[in-house]
Design a protein around this ligand. Structure first.
Ligand code: ADP
Length: 750
């Protein structure tokens, strides 16, 4: 039984199906033999009865004479019985007569050795007796309804036996054949059951040997085996997922363990360094009578104390945030003040490292908002502090943009950009985790505990915002975070009010305007002279750099795209020496691409103003960068000439309604635009796309002051490639310019 149990499934199935077939065949065969033997026996018996009756009938007369002439009767009957020898089955026969049934005549097959005839017939006259291999039949002989004797016939079963043996032989052959066929079929059929089971077993073996839980069994059926396979696959999937989670959890545990170890090491280093300094300097202080060096020692003690204090604050903040105990305020504050405070906090550090720090708050950003200024400052200080720490050349810039304004809510995006060492991509995500630094050498080289960014992240997220970063190794990093703030109810005028500004004066201040486009220089100079500023001009970067070296300016407006030396390179040259480090340089560009603006800031420019600019934009710049130099007595703009009919409102806005100046500008525009109309006429005859686009680019600044909004939009679309340039655009532009020239003529005749 054990041997059978240990057989493989496919052998077991073959053995079972073959055995069942064998047993079934045996049962059928045996039943068949039994039934057939019985039928055959009955048939023989009937034949014997019929034969006995015939013998009886044939010998009725003889038997009736038996009493009268027994000898002759016996002979006659014996002869009659002798005819039985033709029937090989009959081994003996006899006839009994009289009331006592006395044996009268008999027949015995000569092949039968001896036969024991009963001398007196003691059975009832009609009976059948099966005895050994014999069948004995007794039949009455009657005459006129009266029994006068009996016939006895005995037959052997040899025919039956032969038939039985024959049957058994054929049966065995059928059995062997049947079993063979059943075996062959079962070997084939068992595959239907055993193959998937074996497949499962193989998969299970592979999984347990290779621990490969990603393996799956192909499910190709919907029976119980199919369910089993699906179940097996599900189980593997669950194990696989569990394993993945376990591996992740293990990784996290290992990482956090390592991070904590590093944190402890860093922390002890961070605590020990200022502590050692404090102890060492205190001892020196104690021993040293020299007052001048003592002041230095005291300074060292104070700064080490501050360092320790900020460390402890970080840890307190961290644990408070973790415990959910940090609360946030919603109070009104001025965003510009916060940003400026941050700039001044880092002023000395920046100077010490020879870096630049600029900030730009985009014009649409509301400055008077409500929120938590302390936490905003904390995040910015952390980011700017890191930016300075990890930057050795170049600069840092802080920008604020408005992402969304809805009802009285504004979403502000803050960016801190540096040109420092950068952060490898694979470390960027983890950098916000507590106690994490880019690598272990970071703390050795730069110090720090790895807590700052995780505090920033928690502070930003707990205010409903999000923080992320972008970085390129050895090029720099940018940290972005966005937070929702509420507008202060009276915050309609956030940036300084230009009308207020126009009343203010910047008398005796000197500003250099650099642009290769004379009309721009005229406009800018006009606005500046109107508020009392002494204006100098330069038409390229090189001239500008020379002038800056030779003169003292309070501020510079610098175009970006210029021949000889562009604005960004000129600024870099200016910033190379420390003399002009604090000179505000304002970029003026028609390029609205954010990267260019970023490049300007990183080159050391302080702010970017987009062309076409309005008078308010320029006055805002003055107010922001020259506020401390403003004089109280305002130089009012010339308001005497204000009744000029103004078909060019944007130009009037620039000139502040100065008719004389407007006429001067319109004369220049007239010359320039007439020339362009001529160029367009020849272009209409022979269209050249590049030439046309260059021309569009050249007239764009003039049109931004002179054309209607719709026409400006059209020109912008052509310039940016949104609209196609073709013959009809040439015509369209010509029409716009001709209309403007007609308007200029009208204004001039008034
Ligand atoms: P700490 O500066 O005290 O180590 P932080 O959480 O502020 O902790 O910063 C974690 C790590 O992120 C720093 O150790 C540094 O490796 C990396 N990192 C942060 N800011 C910058 C950055 N501006 N440039 C390069 N790496 C940075």
């Amino acid at each position: 039984m054990n041997a059978f149990r240990d057989l493989s499934v496919k052998h077991k199935l073959s053995v079972i199906t073959t055995s069942i077939s064998l047993i079934a065949l045996l049962v059928v065969l045996i039943s068949f033999i039994i039934i057939d033997t019985r039928d055959f026996e009955k048939k023989i018996l009937n034949e014997l009865i019929v034969l006995a009756d015939i013998i009886g009938d044939n010998n009725t007369a003889n038997v009736s004479f038996a009493k009268i002439s027994p000898e002759s009767t016996e002979e006659a009957i014996t002869q009659s019985l002798a005819s039985l020898k033709a029937n090989t089955k009959i081994i003996a026969a006899a006839i009994y007569v009289g009331d006592d049934n006395i044996l009268l005549a008999k027949y015995q097959d000569k092949n039968t050795a001896s036969f024991n005839f009963p001398s007196i017939f003691k059975y009832s006259t009609e009976s059948t007796i099966f005895k050994g291999d014999q069948i004995n039949v007794f039949r009455p002989i009657t005459l006129n309804g009266e029994t006068i004797g009996s016939v006895y016939i005995s037959s052997d079963k040899s025919e039956m036996k032969a038939r039985l043996i024959n049957f058994i032989f054929i049966g065995c052959l059928i059995l062997i054949l049947g079993v063979l066929v059943a075996y062959v079929l079962s070997v084939q059929m068992q595959k239907i059951i055993s193959e998937p089971i074996l497949r499962l077993a193989k998969a299970e073996k592979e999984v347990s040997e290779n621990k490969d839980y990603a393996l799956r069994v192909k499910v190709d059926r919907k029976d119980e085996l199919g369910y089993l396979m699906t179940g097996f696959n599900d189980m593997l999937e669950q194990i696989e997922n569990q394993n993945k989670e376990l591996v992740k959890a293990k990784d996290v545990a290992i990482k956090s363990e390592r991070a904590k170890e590093t944190f402890l090491a860093n922390m002890s280093h961070e605590i020990r360094t200022p502590l050692n300094a404090i102890i060492g300097l205190s001892e020196l202080l104690h021993e040293n009578p020299n007052k001048q060096t003592n002041a230095e020692y005291l300074q060292g003690i104070v700064s080490s104390g501050k360092q320790l204090n900020s460390l402890v604050n970080d840890i307190l903040d961290f644990s408070k945030i973790k415990a959910g105990k940090l609360s946030f305020e919603t109070i009104p504050f001025n965003l510009e003040t916060i940003i400026e405070e941050i700039s001044s906090t880092f002023k000395y550090m920046i100077r010490e490292k020879g870096l630049t720090l600029n900030h730009i708050i985009e014009p649409q950003v509301p400055l008077l908002i409500k929120g938590d200024p302390v936490r905003l400052k904390q995040v910015l200080i952390n980011l700017v502090g890191n930016a300075i720490k990890f930057t050795s050349t170049g600069g840092i810039s802080i920008t604020v943009e408005q992402l969304k304004l809805k009802n009285n809510k504004t979403t502000l995006l803050f960016k801190v950009v540096d040109t420092g060492i950068g952060i490898p991509e694979k470390k960027r995500k983890a950098i916000f985790d507590s106690f994490t630094q880019v690598d272990s050498s970071t703390s050795r080289v730069y110090g720090g505990t790895g807590l700052g960014l995780s505090i920033c992240k928690m502070l930003v997220e707990q205010q409903g915002g999000s923080i992320s970063l972008g970085s390129e190794l050895n090029k720099g990093s940018v940290f972005y975070f966005e937070i929702d703030y509420t507008l202060q109810s009276n915050s309609s005028s956030n940036h300084n009010n230009p009308s207020e500004l126009s009343e203010q004066s910047f008398a005796n201040l000197s500003v250099l305007c650099v642009d290769d486009y004379p009309l721009n220089l005229t406009i800018l100079s006009t606005i500046l002279t109107n508020v009392g500023i002494n204006v100098s001009t330069a038409v390229n970067g090189l001239q500008a750099v020379r002038q800056i070296y030779e003169n003292k300016f309070d501020l510079v407006f610098m175009d970006i795209q210029m021949p000889v030396l562009d604005g960004i390179s000129a600024t870099k040259k200016v910033r190379e020496t420390t003399v002009n480090k604090d000179l505000p340089i304002i970029a003026i560009t028609a390029n609205a691409v954010k990267d260019i603006q970023q490049e300007c800031l990183l080159a050391g420019m302080n702010q970017v103003v987009l062309k076409p600019f309005k008078k308010e934009d320029i006055l805002n710049v003055l107010n922001k960068h020259l506020a401390s130099k403003k004089t109280k007595s305002p130089t009012m703009p010339d308001k005497t000439i204000t009744n000029l009919k103004a078909p060019f409102p944007k130009l009037s806005n620039i000139t502040g309604g100065n008719k004389e100046l407007e006429l001067k500008l319109l004369n220049q525009y007239q010359v320039e635009l007439s020339q362009k109309v001529e160029e367009l006429s020849s272009l209409a005859l022979n269209f050249n796309k590049d030439f046309f686009l260059r021309l569009v680019h050249q007239v764009k600044p003039a049109l931004s002051y002179l054309a209607s909004e719709k026409d400006v939009e059209y020109i912008n679309q052509i310039n940016s490639g949104v609209s196609e340039s073709n013959d009809s655009s040439v015509e369209m532009l010509k029409k716009i310019l001709t209309n403007i020239l007609a308007d200029i003529n009208t204004v001039k005749t008034l």
